[in-house]
Design a protein around this ligand. Structure first.
Ligand code: WT7
Length: 646
């Protein structure tokens, strides 16, 4: 029998969920007919110091202005911790599972309060003030959550840099936002391997005169250099200060954090999120999409270095008084059963991961899953890239044992939270579709000219109106914000994704339509990889495109033209891959490198990436019109010398 193509809402789900199908339809209509009223009501899920009277002020034209709840004041850390204390002081806020299965611990809301206050006081003692930028470069340890919340407590703006990024990438991000304080660890631990975080910071700080102090968490006890007057041990500093710290009163539109993300051109952009709207949106979506109820154990496997970790490990869950699991390790260490063992060990009810992890685990067969009970699991989630129906069906059958709905959640760093996703008690599922928009979200599919397409159709995905979790600006470059997101299709937010809508109004994200690639759910600008490659002394020119990869979703395919006289050897190929790893980080390493004596260019010198993409995809039979190329002969050479990927 063939696999079903649709999965109805299980009866028990329709009964117990916050939202059933009928409630979804009604509330969705109201939320889009009168967004002000809908969001005015939703704002009440937070504790405000001074309640807002203004809800929304948005203009997607001209300079672009987005403000929500903008005369209200609040503190994010108080909303994620203090307000829960009367009822939940002894409830576990964070379950931490270490890289080594023997290491774990539970942190209650009372303990979380103390730890966050102590770190906040340490920052204050070192002169960190409201509005200062604090760079966080930590492994997945509870201190990462403390660091975010401590910044929020004193009104400092955090900028988390993923632990897999290189010293140069760290330095670039510190310089861009002129950060003056860094929080890191001696070393990280992932899959039994050490990550030299402090050594990377030392390297980065050589180029960062703005940084006055660096706090170092002792994670492995490895030997690290501590520069007197600049570097301080976390455990020593936090022991010196009071365990109480009054939360700073913040305006709803004061910045909460910056998170760098890749675009189609230039350096990564500092996506800026603010205080009130972001938290309202993270809390609402965490509650509804994961149907979170008191007592549930919730696990999102992302890293706090990405937006998923910000919104759905830390802010959304803690704003809802949830128990959130934080995992330091990787899916295949000590073996391919680890995720499922952790689910059993901590009785996880809601499990949220990325398609790339599912595909990698699928390859290991069913035995590592079948040997675990997984009785506690009730809901599964997917995020970061399109999930192919085969992986969806495996996840549903083997992990979910046929009874767990899967929420395929589409969103972006820029959106702050999930925009298109099933609600488990309301939405009939179709494997591979992110299904329907959440409340207040109005997706539009437009053609290349910006004409809005109706009904079942395919095109570019835009969003018509704002929602509170939307980014407000690119840090330090508001013009880039307006140009990147609001100029392609006037008056609309352009996502950069292609999308199909079927006859039931379901959305199917088809992937990026710009020069951004998605490698294992990590977003990479092809321009960044190219600029790393051409920085190598032997490289004259490089063009980078994505190609379909069984596990990673997309792999990185680099066409490299060497300088005259340089030999294209296997040793040089390896050297270039290492070079990119070192320049950007392991996630940017090219999977395939093709030596290209020339690149296909138009007569005006523009590289025709369409052609390079087709060749990388092995679809060179249909290259389209190549007559505008300055030298059509380069194409034949590229086809003849394409890299064999098996
Ligand atoms: C891009 C955003 C969402 C937080 C993590 C990634 C792709 C994301 C899905 C999904 C298909 C998806 C899009 C998007 N994407 N989720 N469920 N189905 N594609 O955030 O690094 O900002 O990347 O990831 O292409 O534009 P990000």
């Amino acid at each position: 029998m063939s696999d079903p193509t649709e999965f109805p809402v299980p009866e028990d789900w329709a009964k117990r969920a916050w939202v059933n199908a009928q409630q979804y339809d009604e509330a969705y209509k109201l939320s889009t007919a009168d967004p002000e009223a809908f969001w005015a009501e939703q704002g009440k899920r937070l504790d405000w110091i001074k309640p807002y009277t203004k809800v929304k002020d948005v203009d997607y034209t001209g300079e672009v202005r987005i403000r929500w709840y903008y005369d209200g004041t609040l503190n994010v850390s108080a909303n994620c911790i203090d307000r829960h204390l009367p009822k939940r002081a002894n409830q576990t806020a964070i379950i931490w599972e270490g890289d080594d299965p023997k290491d774990d611990k539970k942190i209650t809301y009372a303990e979380l309060h103390e730890q966050v206050c102590r770190l906040a006081n340490v920052m204050k003692a070192h002169g960190v003030k409201k509005g200062d930028r604090v760079t966080v470069y930590l492994p997945m340890i509870p201190e990462a959550a403390y660091a975010l919340l401590a910044c929020a407590r004193i009104g400092a703006i955090h900028s988390v840099v993923f632990g897999g990024f290189s010293p140069d990438s760290v330095a670039g991000r510190i310089q861009d936002c002129e950060s003056n304080f860094v929080i890191t660890a001696d070393e990280g631990l992932r899959g039994g391997k050490k990550v030299p975080l402090k050594a990377n910071v030392d390297e980065a700080l050589k180029q960062c005169p703005t940084v006055k102090a660096c706090i170092v968490v002792k994670r492995t006890g490895g030997n690290v250099a501590m520069q007197s007057g600049r570097d301080f041990w976390y455990h020593e500093e936090t022991a010196k200060v009071s365990k109480d710290c009054k939360p700073e009163e913040m305006n709803a539109e004061d910045p909460l954090f910056i998170l760098y993300t890749s675009g189609s051109t230039g350096k990564p952009k500092g996506v800026l999120h603010t205080t009130g709207g972001y938290l309202v949106y993270a809390a609402l979506t965490h509650q509804l999409v994961f149907d979170y109820h008191d007592g549930d154990i919730y696990w999102c496997t992302a890293d706090v270095g990405w937006v998923t970790g910000h919104s759905y490990i830390v802010y959304g869950p803690l704003a809802n008084g949830a128990t959130t699991l934080m995992f330091e390790g990787v899916p295949n260490y000590p073996d391919a059963s680890r995720f499922w063992q952790v689910c059993d060990k901590h009785q996880v009810n809601i499990f949220y991961t990325a398609p790339t992890a599912i595909r990698a685990l699928m390859r290991e067969g069913e035995a590592p899953v079948q040997k675990c009970s997984l009785k506690s699991l009730r809901l599964l989630g997917s995020v970061g890239e399109p999930i192919n129906p085969e992986a969806w069906l495996w996840y549903h059958r083997v992990v979910g044992r046929h009874h767990c709905p899967i929420v395929d959640t589409w969103w972006q760093t820029e959106t702050g939270g999930i925009l298109i996703s099933p609600l488990p008690g309301a939405t009939r599922l179709k494997p591979g579709s992110a299904t329907k928009p959440l409340f207040g979200i109005q997706p539009l599919i437009v053609d290349a000219e910006g004409k809005v397409l109706e009904g079942a159709t395919e095109g570019n995905l835009c969003i018509a109106d704002s929602w509170p979790g939307q980014m407000r600006t690119v840090y330090g470059d508001h013009k880039r914000f307006a140009d990147t997101y609001f100029s392609t299709y006037k008056g609309r937010y352009f996502t950069g994704d292609g999308c199909r809508r079927d006859e039931d109004g379901y959305y199917w994200i088809t992937g990026r339509v710009d020069d951004v690639i998605n490698v294992s759910g990590h977003r990479m600008g092809t321009a960044e990889v190219e600029s790393a490659l051409v920085a190598h002394p032997k490289v004259a020119e490089a063009a980078v495109v994505g190609y379909p990869h069984d596990i990673k979703g997309q792999g990185i395919y680099a066409y490299v033209t060497l300088k005259a006289g340089e030999e294209p050897t296997e040793a040089l190929r390896k050297e270039l891959v290492q070079w990119v790893r070192k320049e950007i980080g392991p996630i940017a390493s090219p999977d395939l490198v093709q030596w290209a004596p020339g690149l296909p260019k138009t007569r005006s010198g523009k590289i025709m990436r369409r052609i390079l993409r087709k060749i990388a995809e092995n679809e060179f039979g249909n290259l389209g019109d190549i007559s505008t190329l300055a030298d059509p002969n380069v194409v034949k050479d590229l086809i003849d010398n394409r890299v064999n990927r098996d």
